[in-house]
Write a protein that binds this ligand. Structure first.
Ligand code: ADP
Ligand code: MG
Length: 611
C-alpha cells in the first residue's frame, strides 16, 4: 500500500485548494440559488467577458506587454460569429461560432500585433487603446455589421435558434471558461510561460538567453486573442445580439481593472477580479437598499477599489497571502517576512556542462570601438577569449568594461571592429544570435525574474538546451514532459554547483544580493555555454562566497569554458586569471599574464596606484 506523506498532501492542498473552491462555487451557485434564466443570461455575459480578461492576463500579466484595448479582439470575434449566424442560421451552431470567433481573433491579433509590437510599454498601451476605440466606429459604418443597431439575432433573424439555453448554456459557458483557465495554467508553467515571464522581467534578459523578444511578444499577443475571440462568440450566442454598446471601449478599461483587482499574472486573477467588477456591473442593482444608486456610482466604486488594491494588495486579491499578512501583523508590521536562505556551499567538482568538452575555436574581438554621442566608450580594443582559460578585464570605473561586454554579447552595435565565435562572424546588435552560438552572460545588476522561484529562473535557461516545441510543453505531450524533466534536472544540477540547491523552491524576489549573483551564474551555466561573460560577479559577495566563487570559476575553466571576468577585486583577478586586459578611458593599455600586468608601469599609474 502506498503511503501518502503529510507534506505532500499539504503541498497539494496549498496548490489546488483555491482552484477547487472557485470551481465548486461557480458550478454550485446558480442551481443552489435557483436563479432565473435572466440571471443566468447575465452570468453568461460576465463569463464571456472574463474570458477576454483571461486573454489580457496572458499578454500583460504573464508576458508584461501593456495592452489597454482587449475589447477590440472580443468585438471582432463577436461580430464575425454574429455575421456568420445571420447569413447561415441553419448551419451555424455554438462550436462553429466558437471556432470562427477564435480564428478571426487570432488573425486580427496577428495583423494588429505585427506593427504594434514594434513599440512597447506606454506606446504599445496607446496603440491597443486606439484599436479598441476604432472598432466601434468601424462597425458603425458598415451595413454587414448592422450599423448603429448592431446584429440582433433574436428579433430580426428568428431563423437562428440556440440549441442550448438556460442552465445547460451556463454550464457549457462555464466549462469553456474553466478550460481557458486550465489552458493558461498549463501555459504559465510551461517553457512558453517561462519565456513570457523572462520577457516580462526584461527584453535584455530574454535575449541573453537566446529568446527572440519580438517573436515571443507576438506569440503572447496572438495567444491572448484566442480566449477573447471565444468570449466574443459566447457573448453573441448567449445574448443573441451584438451592437456598439456591447463593445464599448469602457469594457476594456473594466477588464483591466478586473485583472489588477484579481491579480495580474495569476491564473485565477482575471476570474476573481472579473467576478467583482463585472458582477457589480450586472448584479449591482439587485443589492437591497443601495442597488439603485450603485449603478450610478459604479465607476467611482471601481476606481476606489482599484486604488485600495494597488496600495494594500499590489499582487491583487489572488496574490494576497493571508497567513503572511497575519505574521506581519503579529510583528506589528515592522518587519517584512524574513526568508532564511540556506548557506551556500559551492561545489568544486566539474560543472554540469557538455558543449565545452568538445573542441571549440576562440572568441575573438578585434578593433572594437563603441561611441555614445561624444563619448568614445571603447576605442579599438582587441581581446581573445580562449576555451578553458580565464581572461580578466579590469580598469577604473568608466573605462569601458561593461560597454565592451555589451558589444561582445551582442547588446550594443559596435561602430567598428569584428567579432568571431569559432569561425562564425557575429555582429553587435544581435544578442540572440550571439547567445545561440554559446555565449552566456551575467549582468552588473542581476536580472532575476521576481515573481517565480529560483529554480524557475534557472529552468528558463535550461529549457533552451532541450529540443521540444512550445506546443508539446504546454499540452504536456510525452516529449514535452521528457524535456521538462531533463531541463529541470539540469537546472537543479547548476543550482547545486553554485550551492543553491536547497534554495531552489524559494522566491527569487526575496533573495539577498549575493544569492542573486549566484542564481545568475547558475542560469548562465544552464544554457550550456562555450563562453561565459561575467560582469563583476564578486561585487556584494561575502568573503566566504568569494572563495566559493573562485573555486567555481576554476572549475568552469577547467571544464573547458572560456571565461571573461570583469572584476574590481584585484586579489581575485590576480589569483585566477590566465590573461589580463587593462582598459583605461576605453583603450587597452596593457595585456598579458597577471604578474606581468601587475608590474606594468601604466597600470600601476592609472589603476593600481603605486601599491
Ligand atoms: P565600466 O564598466 O568600465 O565602469 P562603462 O562601460 O559602463 O564602464 O562606461 C564607459 C563609458 O561609457 C562611461 O563614460 C559611461 O559614462 C559611458 N556609457 C556607458 N554606457 C552608456 C550609455 N548607454 N549611454 C551613454 N554613455 C554610456
Ligand atoms: Mg561596469
Amino acid at each position: 500500500m502506498s503511503r501518502i506523506s503529510t507534506p505532500a498532501v499539504s503541498r497539494w492542498l496549498r496548490r489546488w485548494s483555491f482552484s477547487i473552491v472557485v470551481v465548486l462555487a461557480l458550478a454550485g451557485l446558480p442551481p443552489l440559488r435557483g436563479w432565473t434564466d435572466f440571471d443566468l443570461l447575465r452570468l453568461d455575459h460576465i463569463i464571456a467577458l472574463v474570458m477576454v480578461a483571461i486573454g489580457l492576463n496572458v499578454v500583460t500579466g504573464f508576458a508584461g506587454q501593456l495592452s489597454l484595448g482587449p475589447g477590440a479582439v472580443f468585438a471582432v470575434g463577436g461580430y464575425v460569429a454574429a455575421i456568420l449566424a445571420f447569413h447561415y442560421p441553419d448551419h451555424v451552431n455554438l462550436p462553429v461560432m466558437c471556432a470562427v470567433g477564435i480564428g478571426a481573433a487570432a488573425i486580427v491579433g496577428l495583423i494588429a500585433g505585427v506593427p504594434a509590437l514594434r513599440v512597447s510599454g506606454f506606446y504599445l498601451g496607446m496603440v491597443t487603446l486606439y484599436l479598441a476605440l476604432l472598432i466601434p466606429s468601424i462597425v458603425d459604418s458598415f451595413e454587414v455589421t448592422g450599423g448603429n443597431n448592431g446584429i440582433d439575432l433574436l428579433q430580426k433573424f428568428p431563423d437562428f435558434t440556440q440549441d442550448l439555453s438556460g442552465m445547460p448554456l451556463y454550464e457549457v459557458t462555464l466549462g469553456a471558461m474553466l478550460a481557458v483557465v486550465a489552458f493558461t495554467g498549463l501555459l504559465l508553467y510551461s517553457r512558453v510561460g517561462r519565456r513570457f515571464t523572462a520577457l516580462r522581467t526584461s527584453e535584455v534578459l530574454a535575449e541573453s538567453l537566446g529568446v527572440k523578444a519580438y517573436r515571443t511578444k507576438l506569440l503572447a499577443f496572438v495567444i491572448s486573442a484566442l480566449p477573447a475571440g471565444l468570449g466574443g462568440a459566447f457573448y453573441v450566442y448567449s445574448q443573441e445580439l451584438i451592437s456598439k454598446s456591447s463593445i464599448d471601449p469602457l469594457i476594456s478599461i473594466n477588464l483591466l481593472a478586473a485583472c489588477v483587482i484579481g491579480g495580474f499574472g495569476r491564473v485565477w486573477g482575471p476570474v476573481v477580479g472579473g467576478a467583482i467588477v463585472l458582477g457589480l456591473d450586472q448584479f449591482g442593482s439587485n443589492i437591497p437598499l443601495v442597488g439603485e444608486r450603485l449603478q450610478e456610482w459604479e465607476l467611482l466604486i471601481n476606481g476606489v477599489l482599484l486604488i485600495l488594491i494597488i496600495l494594500l494588495l499590489p499582487e491583487g486579491l489572488v496574490g494576497f497571502r493571508p497567513l503572511d499578512a497575519l505574521r506581519r501583523l503579529r510583528r506589528r508590521g515592522v518587519e517584512l517576512r524574513v526568508v532564511r536562505f540556506p548557506p551556500t556551499v559551492m561545489s568544486s567538482g566539474p560543472p554540469p556542462l557538455r558543449r565545452c568538452a568538445e573542441p571549440a575555436g576562440v572568441f575573438e574581438l578585434s578593433g572594437i570601438s563603441k561611441r555614445f554621442g561624444g563619448v568614445l566608450a571603447v576605442d579599438g580594443v582587441d581581446l581573445t577569449l580562449r576555451p578553458g582559460s580565464l581572461h580578466a578585464l579590469i580598469g577604473p570605473n568608466g573605462s569601458g568594461k561593461t560597454t565592451l561586454l555589451n558589444v561582445a554579447s551582442g547588446f550594443y552595435r559596435n561602430d567598428s571592429g569584428t567579432m568571431t565565435v569559432g569561425n562564425v562572424r557575429t555582429r553587435g546588435g544581435d544578442a540572440v544570435g550571439v547567445a545561440r552560438l554559446g555565449v552566456a552572460r551575467t549582468f552588473q545588476t542581476p536580472k532575476l525574474i521576481a515573481g517565480v522561484s529560483i529554480l524557475d529562473n534557472v529552468l528558463v535557461a535550461a529549457d533552451t538546451t532541450v529540443a521540444c516545441t512550445g506546443f508539446e510543453s504546454v499540452f504536456r505531450l510525452p516529449r514535452g514532459i521528457r524535456c521538462h524533466h531533463v531541463a529541470r534536472e539540469r537546472a537543479l544540477d547548476c543550482l547545486r554547483h553554485v550551492g543553491l540547491e536547497a534554495a531552489a523552491g524559494l522566491h527569487a524576489g526575496e533573495a539577498p544580493h549575493g544569492t542573486r549573483r549566484l542564481v545568475e551564474i547558475a542560469r548562465a551555466m544552464a544554457t550550456d555555454p562555450l563562453f561565459l561573460l561575467l560582469d563583476e560577479p564578486a561585487a556584494g559577495l561575502s568573503p566566504a562566497e568569494v572563495e566559493g566563487l573562485k573555486r567555481m570559476l576554476r572549475s568552469l575553466s577547467a571544464a573547458g569554458v572560456g571565461v571573461l571576468l570583469v572584476e574590481h577585486n584585484m586579489p581575485l583577478v590576480l589569483d585566477l586569471a590566465d590573461e589580463v586586459t587593462v582598459l583605461h578611458r576605453g583603450s587597452r593599455i596593457a595585456h598579458g599574464g597577471p604578474a606581468e600586468v601587475r608590474r606594468h608601469p601604466d597600470v600601476m599609474r592609472v589603476y593600481l596606484g603605486a601599491a
